[in-house]
Structure formats: C-alpha cells, structure tokens
Design a protein around this ligand. Structure first.
Ligand code: URA
Length: 211
C-alpha cells in the first residue's frame, strides 16, 4: 500500500474547521466537499490517459484524454456519499457505483448491506471514498470486493486515518503497491470505541444528522 498525506495549508485550515464540534452540518458538508476536491487532485495523479489529437484555433496538437474504460468512483455508504460531488467535480466522466458497508458496533467487522456496482471491474481504476479510515475493516472489505472483480488500481480517498487502521490495510494487502490511500491527515490513535482521536466524531452523523 502506498500512503499519500496531502500536505497543503488549505487542507490544514479546512480540516481544523471540520474537526471543531461547533461547526454546523451545512458548513461541515461544504468543507468536506472542498477538502475532497483538493484530495481528488492528488488522488487522480495516476489516472490513466492516452494521446488525443485536437485542432486549436491555430494548429493541430496532441493532448491527452482519460483512457477507456472510464475510472469508477465508489462512495462507501453512508458517509462516503458526502464525498461524491467533491470527487466527480474533478472526474466528471467517471462512472459511479455504490457500496453499502457498515461496521458492526459490537464486533467492529464490516458488513455489506447494499451494492450497486458492475460485476466486472476488469482493468478499471477504482476510487473508493470513505471519510474515516478507523479500524481499516470497512476499507479492507471494500478493497477485496473490487480486486476480486478485476479492478487493476485502487485509490482510497479518506479525510482522516488512524495509524492502527493503516496498518490493518497494509497487512491485509501484503505489500501490494497497486493500492494507494490518500488522506488529509493521519491522526494519533483510536479510542476504546474505535473513534479516531482527535478526529472529528461520527462523520455520517455530522454530515447528515443522527438518524
Ligand atoms: N467512523 C467515524 O465516523 N468516525 C470515527 O472516528 C471512526 C469511524
């Protein structure tokens, strides 16, 4: 696994406002959107492109366009949904799939409760969106899911990661380098309830309210 921590003053500023428990939901959603757009720039650094010939008003030139098959963006429901627009803003030609994984609050294991994805992901570049890489269980399950269906490169876009979760993902992948994790920050640790510390609380609740 490759880890990329976005190192940018705007990321630090927005993340600090996001962490603040007094930040209301509407501002929280807006900030997640802005942060993901910044992360998307980093996360798409290796998107596959191919030469593309165009006519400018002056001459013919060869530029680049994103190769087929189109990349696929997969928010992990529910909190990953809050990251979708920020990602597709930079990658509007990507397809979008959905994966519903939820952690069991007693075992902390990931359980699939919904999926809307092509069965065949052969050769696809996949972008998994999950704001909080806490225990790593959800992300490992999602990575396994897409790799089993033939995905070639997987980039996980997260707002925060705990060192414990990163280690779980790294160990589960056994040194594979075709999986990258792009995060705004790596925090200190997990607490006894498996929340990231200092973190930002429950990302789903802060995005959508407690339901
Ligand atoms: N999920 C969250 O939303 N927050 C955490 O801190 C950990 C998992």
């Amino acid at each position: 696994m490759r880890l990329h921590v976005a190192d940018h003053p705007l990321v630090d500023h927005k993340l600090t406002v996001l962490r603040d428990k007094n930040t209301p939901s509407a501002t929280f959603r807006q900030l997640v959107d802005e942060l993901v757009t910044l992360l998307a720039y980093e996360a798409t650094r290796h998107v596959r492109i191919e030469p593309h010939v165009i006519e400018t008003p002056v001459t013919t030139t060869t530029g680049a366009k994103i190769s087929a098959p189109a990349p696929i963006v997969i928010p992990i429901l529910r909190a990953g949904l809050g990251m979708l627009e920020g990602m597709t803003r930079l990658l509007p030609t990507a397809e979008v799939g959905f994966l519903g994984l939820q952690r069991d609050e007693t075992t902390y294991e990931a359980v699939t409760y919904a999926n809307r994805l092509p069965d065949d992901l052969t050769d696809r570049q996949v972008f998994l969106l999950d704001p909080m890489l806490a225990t790593g269980g959800t992300l490992v399950a999602a990575i396994d899911y897409v790799l089993e269906r033939g995905a070639r490169e997987v980039t996980c876009v997260c707002l925060l990661a705990a060192p414990e979760g990163l280690e779980v993902v790294d160990r589960a992948l056994g040194g594979r380098v075709d999986v990258e994790v792009v995060v705004a920050a790596v925090d200190e640790r997990l607490n006894e309830k498996k929340y990231i510390v200092p973190g930002l609380g429950d990302a789903g609740d802060r995005l959508y309210g407690v339901v």
